[in-house]
Design a protein around this ligand. Structure first.
Ligand code: 13P
Length: 249
């Protein structure tokens, strides 16, 4: 009932030469795969326009990695959701833990960015996740529940928002939570969404797992009932690896 989404977050990686990986991915993303799995790639902002043009007809969705909450104005270095949309992006990641840490983004900031994305017709991929200290203190569920409640726009529909659960300590470390821990957090997120947006939205909303997803572990993680895809960092940079994760979904 929920079509899985496998999304690649290139972070601050990639130059024009990397567009070749996107080309390889587009060639391999066959009609059969397209029918079963949605695929998104969020390249750095410098590549969005040309990546989106190149992705036309391939079925690959191009997304941004962040957006400002305002439509325009004196915010040097920032990009608005309107600009991303204008460049051909159809989605944007908001509230990634690297943004929350490096740019001190709060849940309220993330919510405002997600609202800006929705206002432009972009899908907002809202990221949440606990730190290692929070998990060790037994607070993973409560931290994630609070982030979901405060970061997801009120009244959002399942078509507009995707949640990505990315434990901070699992990102880029090669570490992943146990399968039982992933299942527990995803089930909790779905409960929180049901309380916030209603049962129907909760049943339809896609909840992705992110944090050291690789071809080797993708199948087991993606088989979980409440895991509706993956948000992939390092392993999304090479089309061959990313494709294996797409196939696993
Ligand atoms: P890695 O897959 O490199 O751990 O990164 C995950 C991530 O942060 C995706 O947004």
């Amino acid at each position: 009932m929920r079509k899985p989404l496998v999304a690649g977050n290139w972070k601050m990686n990639g130059t024009k030469a990397s567009l070749n990986e996107l080309k390889l991915l587009g060639d391999a993303y066959s009609a059969g795969l397209r029918a079963k799995v949605d695929v998104m790639v969020a390249p750095p902002a410098t590549l969005i326009f040309v990546a989106a043009a190149g992705a036309v007809g391939t079925g690959i969705i191009i997304g941004g990695q962040d957006c400002h909450a305002k439509v325009s104005g004196a915010h040097t270095g920032d990009l608005s959701a309107a600009m991303l949309f204008d460049s051909g992006a159809k989605a944007v990641i908001v509230g990634h833990s690297e943004r929350r840490t490096d740019h001190a983004e709060t849940d309220a900031d993330v919510k405002a960015k997600a609202e800006a994305a929705l206002a432009q017709g972009l899908t907002a991929i809202v990221c949440v996740g606990e730190t290692r200290a929070q998990r060790e203190a037994g607070k993973a569920l409560s931290v994630v529940a609070k982030q979901v409640k405060a970061s997801v726009p009120d009244g959002a529909s399942a078509d507009e928002v995707v949640i990505a659960y990315e434990p901070v300590w699992a990102i880029g470390t090669g570490l992943t939570p146990t399968i039982a821990d992933i299942a527990e957090v995803h089930a909790e997120i779905r409960k929180v969404i049901a309380r916030k947006l209603g049962k129907e939205a909760s049943a339809k909303m896609r909840i992705l797992y992110g944090g050291s997803v690789k071809p080797e572990n993708a199948k087991e993680i993606l088989a979980l009932e409440d895991v509706d895809g993956a948000l992939v960092g390092g392993a999304s940079l090479k089309a061959a690896d990313f494709l294996k994760i797409i196939e696993a979904a």
